[in-house]
Design a protein around this ligand. Structure first.
Ligand code: GRF
Length: 209
């Protein structure tokens, strides 16, 4: 930003909200020059909404519409509208289980990011940590990426590797991936808020100043 105004974040999630908490705590420690101005969820009872309210953040449920895995057209418009009204600079997906296809991606072109629990492009889609374990790779991790119309297919912003250990279960591996996420996501958001991330096609670069 650099003009003294606060960088405004909207967070979308469907589940536990551990990444929301990690981002909010990093902001609280002064590590991310930003403010969470809105939290939205497609799941009425989602813990992410409870956490947001407990932390004093503006939080709302917006119904996803008639599909199971994506927002319908009307719903995506409502999400986009709420985020525009809140004057959001960056849309942060944190466990949001709906694919975006239309209005929101258009209105916030290049300003929607996601965190995925693998080193993309390996293991896109659901239960990426289990996919990694079943495949037998030695390293997986967490990826922060821009969101496009595909599934986990946008340009990579940051990654943090996590080794697979001999005794790993899906649960123990996921636990370590979450720890990596809680570190890499706030850091990437800080870089974006500080204007350090430069995109050239699919490649992104982190400028030192
Ligand atoms: C994370 O593992 C993230 O990678 C995936 O969804 C999960 C969200 O966890 N996209 P939480 O709701 O932030 O705890």
């Amino acid at each position: 930003m650099g003009n003294g105004e606060t960088f405004r974040i909207g967070v979308l999630g469907s589940g536990n909200g551990s990444n929301l908490i990690a981002i909010a705590e990093a902001i609280g420690r002064g590590e991310v020059p930003a403010e969470i101005v809105l939290v939205l969820s497609d799941v009425k009872e989602a813990e992410i909404l409870q956490h947001a309210k407990r932390m004093g953040l503006m939080a709302r449920h917006i119904a996803p519409g008639k599909y199971r895995t994506k927002l319908d057209e009307e719903a995506e418009k409502s999400y986009s509208c709420a985020l525009q009204k809140a004057d959001v600079d960056l849309v942060v997906l944190a466990g949001f289980m709906r694919v975006l296809k239309g209005e929101l991606l258009k209105s916030f072109h290049g300003k929607v990011i996601n965190i995925h629990p693998s080193l993309l492009p390996s293991f896109p889609g659901l239960e990426a940590w289990k996919q990694a374990l079943d495949y037998g790779v030695k390293h997986t991790g967490a990826t922060v990426h821009f969101v496009d119309q595909g599934i986990d297919s946008g340009a990579v912003i940051a990654q943090e590797p996590v080794p697979l250990l001999d005794g790993d279960t899906p649960e123990s591996l996921l636990d370590r991936i979450h720890q990596a996420e809680h570190h890499v996501y706030p850091k990437a958001i800080a870089d974006i808020a500080e204007g350090r991330i430069i995109s050239k096609g699919r490649r992104t670069f982190r400028s030192p100043t």
